[in-house]
Design a protein around this ligand. Structure first.
Ligand code: ZN
Ligand code: ZN
Length: 362
């Protein structure tokens, strides 16, 4: 599986404006994607010519793990993973070595250059993150599993936990515990539970405020399974909704539906954003929707592609992206609805399936 990914990378390296002899991969998620290795200190050298094998480097703590996760790759054991791989590249006659300047510091590049003074280090941009945007079958299965865990954890918590009167922090902790019980390695990110005024803050951090009658409650959470993330938001109301709450909710729900309907291979990322945003703007709430519509989800919770008003590029089949419009009214509350979807040729399919209506907590 990872060998096929390295083959796709080689094709991309050959198509670079300034072709390179090899790519030095230092971002740990990129290393994991291309090698299967998930330790915390690693680098990978991928020669552009497929007659030449890729080499994985990690330190002594991870030799056993590397053997299990990347049995097909030769291993270099060192703490200075990137520098030693660049030295090896020089020794193999690989004179031009590409790197992703969006993930490497100036100091790291200087250290690499000292390690291999005659090597030309070529910034090639986020080539591997671009590759990672389109998921293979193994990845789609992992994202779907992470979505299923989140759906099931929310259903179980709604059925069995007391929400009204519980604090934001308690609601978050119970959801995270349930995800772990259902097989998640971890929460995908710090669970957001925002009640009342907290619902008006898109990235609200849970507090000891208790959920009380009249609150809108925004819950944004996800699970991580096999390294892959899910991302979902549902909005609740404590007790019967006020007219303004139902109105805002209906606008966001219609926007989210429009965004999901627009999502398919070939459509510009900015157009997916616009499909949802137009609904919010038409309702006179455009200035209350202050973030992009969504983002790619995979080995990272936020990854390519970006789905916002200024986004470039277009959707491709097998991308997993979120659609998450929101409307936030400072001090009063807010509504966001978010799903993780997989893009296909004529349409898209939501991998998170919890109902999207305004669930009344009692
Ligand atoms: Zn989210
Ligand atoms: Zn999200």
């Amino acid at each position: 599986m990872t060998a096929a990914r390295r083959e796709r990378l080689r094709a991309l390296l050959a198509a670079q404006p300034s072709p390179v002899d090899a790519l030095l991969v230092t971002s740990l998620v990129d290393v994991r994607y291309l090698s299967g290795f998930s330790g915390s200190n690693a680098a990978l050298l991928v020669p552009a010519d497929d007659a030449d094998d890729a080499v994985l480097a990690t330190d002594g703590r991870y030799v056993t793990q590397a053997g299990a996760e990347s049995p097909d790759l030769p291993l270099v054991v060192t703490r200075a993973v990137a520098a030693v791989l660049v030295e090896q590249a020089a020794g193999r006659g690989l004179a031009q070595v590409g790197f992703d300047e969006t993930t490497v510091t100036v100091a790291q590049v200087a250290a690499l250059q000292r390690a291999a003074p005659r090597t030309r280090l070529v910034p090639v941009g986020p080539v591997v993150p671009g590759l990672r945007a389109e998921k293979d079958d193994v990845e789609l299965a992992a994202v779907a599993a992470a979505c299923r865990v989140a759906d099931e954890a929310l259903a179980a918590s709604l059925a069995e936990d007391r929400w009204v009167g519980a604090t934001e922090r308690q609601v978050a902790a119970r959801l995270e515990w349930r995800m772990r019980e259902l097989g998640a390695e971890a929460a995908a990110f710090e669970t957001i539970v925002g009640a009342g005024p907290g619902a008006a803050v898109p990235h609200h951090r849970p507090t000891d405020r208790a959920l009380a009658r009249g609150d809108l409650v925004v819950v944004d959470f996800g699970a991580r399974v096999d390294g892959y993330h899910s991302d979902m938001t549902r909005t609740f109301v404590v007790g019967p909704p006020a007219a303004w709450q139902q109105e805002v909710f209906d606008v966001v729900r219609a926007a989210q539906r429009a965004g999901r309907a627009a999502l398919r291979a070939g459509v510009a990322c900015a157009d997916v954003d616009a499909a949802a945003r137009d609904v919010v703007v038409a309702a006179g709430l455009g200035d209350r929707f202050g973030h992009g519509l969504g983002h790619g989800v995979g080995l990272e919770i936020h990854e390519a592609p970006q789905v916002g008003p200024g986004a470039t590029g277009s959707m491709a089949a097998r991308m997993t992206v979120t659609v998450e419009p929101g409307v936030y009214l400072p001090e009063r509350g807010g509504v966001r609805i978010e799903d993780t979807l997989v893009v296909s040729d004529g349409s898209s399919t939501s991998l998170t399936t919890t109902r999207r209506d305004l669930h009344v907590l009692v």
